[in-house]
Design a protein. Structure first.
Length: 380
């Protein structure tokens, strides 16, 4: 086993998520084979960032991996989630486009990688064959002591490879596609239910042992102003990633019921999260989609949600149940059904576009992150 893999094991990393890159295949192979590491291959790099952030909030010590092209793709999640919420992660990132690169599509990213990391004030080290000793251990120590992001840039041919396992992947093993597309339609076909009604119903149906993640914009601001509590994590940026951060938390805290409050515009932005949640099948996750067919936190521009059967798609991908509601009684019934039978389930809550807009903003994001993480250290 290589020195680098030993360092990962010795420093107690127990969660990993990312998007594969051939240069990182030895790491990925280790993550997949190590029973002490919960490994999730994400649909994109932004989702991977959110998943690992959720795992950290649940008390895990995660590793995030991707190519530097993926870093550029997910830079918003670094700057609006990891940095302001002070979430320390170790990121192993392939340094494509550096000296010696022969693939022209990576040249510009290669030139920009280090300048952008310097501008963001993110600590990084470049891995090569001459500096393998303690590079991950030093990064781990900085994370633990300074609570800061650490990035290791991996050059091609920059380290000794681990012998790949001879075990072959059976593509059909444990492959279960749901053929039950039954959606429980509990709609009363009224138009009076709004965002605040839905949020109040959810909060009143939960308790302090339940984790609540809310989507960016008015959803989080309303929840923060009207129902602020230690068990709530408010997304203020990283639009679309609330379902993924909730997933990372849910699989890391399997005995803790996890409530993800999403919006239709938000979920459409991160549609692949349905795939990942369906594959992971966390029985403790309830995905509540508040759908007003609008970008409500903007100026009410129409989304494409009226053209999407979120419920049937979620069921086809592995969700256990799906409900469609538009009032308090339907939402309460669906939540109780989840609390009794488990998930993952999705509840599509149709609402009107009415509601207050002048909510105060959660601003001390570091405090919100620490408060949330500390709160759930009490619960296994």
């Amino acid at each position: 086993m290589s020195e680098l893999i030993k360092q990962i094991e010795n420093n107690n990393f127990n969660f990993a998520a990312g998007v594969p890159c051939g240069v990182l295949k030895d790491y990925i192979n280790h993550f997949s084979e190590n029973n002490n590491i919960h490994h999730i291959i994400a649909q994109n790099e932004s989702e991977a960032v959110a998943i690992t952030a959720g795992a950290y909030l649940a008390g895990k010590k995660p590793i995030l991996y991707m190519q530097n092209s993926g870093f550029f793709k997910s830079i918003n999640e670094f700057t609006s989630l990891l940095i302001p919420y002070n979430i320390p992660l170790l990121s192993i990132i392939t340094y494509r486009g550096c000296e010696g690169e022969d693939a022209p599509q990576h040249f510009i990213n290669g030139k920009l990688t280090e300048p952008i990391l310097n501008q963001l004030n993110i600590n990084y080290n470049i891995l090569n064959k001459n500096n393998q000793n303690n590079i991950i251990s030093k990064a781990s120590k900085n994370m633990d002591l300074e609570k800061q992001l650490e990035i290791i840039l991996v050059q091609r041919q920059g380290y000794n490879k681990v012998k790949k396992s001879e075990e072959k992947l059976n593509l059909n093993e444990n492959k279960e596609l749901s053929t039950n597309y039954l959606v429980f339609n509990l709609r009363s076909n009224t138009l009076y239910f709004n965002r605040e009604d839905a949020l109040e119903t959810i909060v009143n149906s939960t308790n302090e042992t339940n984790a609540i993640f809310s989507s960016t914009g008015l959803m989080s601001r309303s929840l923060y102003e009207n129902h602020d509590s230690d068990n709530q994590f408010y997304m203020t940026g990283s639009f679309g990633q609330v379902s993924s951060i909730g997933l990372g938390f849910a699989v890391s805290k399997p005995n803790c019921q996890t409530y993800v409050i999403d919006g239709d515009g938000s979920l459409l932005t991160n549609f692949g999260s349905l795939v990942t949640i369906g594959k992971e099948k966390p029985s403790n996750l309830i995905h509540i989609l508040i759908d007003n067919n609008a970008y409500g936190s903007c100026d009410g521009e129409k989304t494409a949600s009226d053209n999407v059967s979120f419920e049937k798609i979620a069921l086809s991908l592995g969700y256990k149940g799906a409900y469609t509601v538009d009032d308090k009684s339907g939402l309460e019934f669906s939540i109780k059904d989840f609390q009794f039978a488990g998930g993952p389930i999705i509840i599509r809550v149709y609402t009107n576009k009415e509601g207050k807009r002048s909510f105060k903003r959660p601003k001390d994001l570091k405090y919100i992150s620490e408060r949330f993480r500390n709160h759930f250290q009490k619960y296994e």
